[in-house]
Design a protein around this ligand. Structure first.
Ligand code: CA
Length: 353
């Protein structure tokens, strides 16, 4: 009897824990509000802060290595322009795909900046100072080994949330980045929907190719998230009648589009602004039809990106934004540059289902 009671107590505890655990904190590029994005220190910090998932953006090098980097350019976050001044393309940008891994490993990584004339200006002034201390770019395999090492030493099982960046761009350059990423994930033991991994991409057609062709070939079946962009941001290109055109995301913004997505992907990752009606003001938040449509279709919503240092006008602090998204919109998880603040908010607001 005592054993049974203990068992019941454990069971009810685990159910409560599970209800909380349903709300995910996804560390956007690591704890990027505190340390340069995607560096291993930023991942370690997010891990220690209690994030449920750590994000990897992945692009490919000239010698077909997978590196963890957000842009397919190197110039926003490294000293590539100083070390390799001749190696930009006609548009002035330095493309990761034009450099070998050995060259990329020589670069000094920094908090992101843009140029005003020749002057480097830090994009988020309150964050880790640019050109400060020492950081470098690592491979996807190195990051997976790092996270799995932490999972071993802490006894936790923190997940990975891997984004295939611009498969259309890599295809133009003659590379199949999706196949390479899936192969690496498989090598590290991520193969099934029940494994602690989400695979994300802005490219709908590529996600379907992954589901219908690549994963069956590799004996894999991962949870897939359709990221949703504003069409005008020109995130994705698609080949139509032999011509590369800007992909139109319009259909994903409709209830019918959400229904279609619910049958073809396991979750959606919209910009959180797509969930909040434009007429919203402080204390008067209206959600867009996308939210109800996703809930009707049982499609988890993982919006991006909550930043404590870049708030919309209808909130006065980041906690209000967490409340709107986690509670009012009832999203299943969200991407944030400040995982500690999301973890704290969730701990202080146990949400019932
Ligand atoms: Ca990303």
């Amino acid at each position: 009897m005592k054993y049974l009671f203990t068992g019941l107590a454990l069971l009810s505890c685990s159910l409560v824990a599970q209800a909380d655990a349903e709300k995910l904190v996804i560390a956007h590029r690591g704890a990027s509000g505190y340390l340069p994005e995607h560096t291993l220190p930023a991942k370690a910090m997010a891990y220690a802060q209690g994030a449920d998932f750590l994000e990897q953006d992945v692009v490919m090098t000239r010698d077909d290595q997978l590196i963890v980097l957000h842009d397919h350019y190197l110039d926003r976050v490294t000293d590539v322009a100083q070390q390799f001044p001749q190696r930009h393309r006609q548009d002035g940008r330095y493309y990761a795909i034009d450099f070998t891994l050995a060259e990329i490993k020589q670069l000094h990584f920094t908090e992101g900046f843009h140029l005003e004339g020749k002057q480097q200006v830090q994009n988020y002034p309150g964050r880790f100072p640019m050109n400060h201390s020492t950081f470098s770019i690592h491979t996807l395999a190195e990051e997976l080994a790092f996270i799995q090492g932490l999972n071993h030493s802490t006894g936790k099982n923190i997940g990975i949330y891997t984004e295939i960046k611009s498969p259309w761009f890599h295809r133009k350059e003659g590379k199949d980045i999706s196949k390479a990423i899936l192969t690496t994930l498989k090598e590290y033991g991520y193969t099934k929907t029940t494994d602690n991994v989400w695979l994300q991409c802005f490219d709908y057609d590529e996600l379907q190719r992954i589901k219908q062709t690549l994963e069956p070939q590799l004996g894999m079946d991962l949870k897939r998230v359709q990221l949703i962009a504003y069409t005008q941001d020109k995130e994705t290109q698609t080949l139509q009648n032999g011509e590369w055109r800007n992909y139109d995301y319009g259909w994903m913004m409709t209830p019918e589009g959400i229904d279609k997505l619910s049958k073809t992907v396991d979750g959606i990752g919209p910009d959180y602004h797509m969930l909040i009606d434009k007429g919203s003001s402080r204390g008067h938040i209206q959600l867009t039809p996308m939210v109800a449509a996703a809930h009707r279709a049982n499609l988890p919503i993982h919006p991006y990106t909550v930043r404590a240092d870049q708030l919309p006008s209808y909130v006065s602090n980041v906690d209000e934004l967490y409340q709107i998204l986690y509670q009012q919109a009832d999203v299943a998880g969200l991407f944030t540059d400040f995982p500690d603040k999301a973890v704290t908010w969730l701990a202080n607001h146990p949400l019932s289902h």
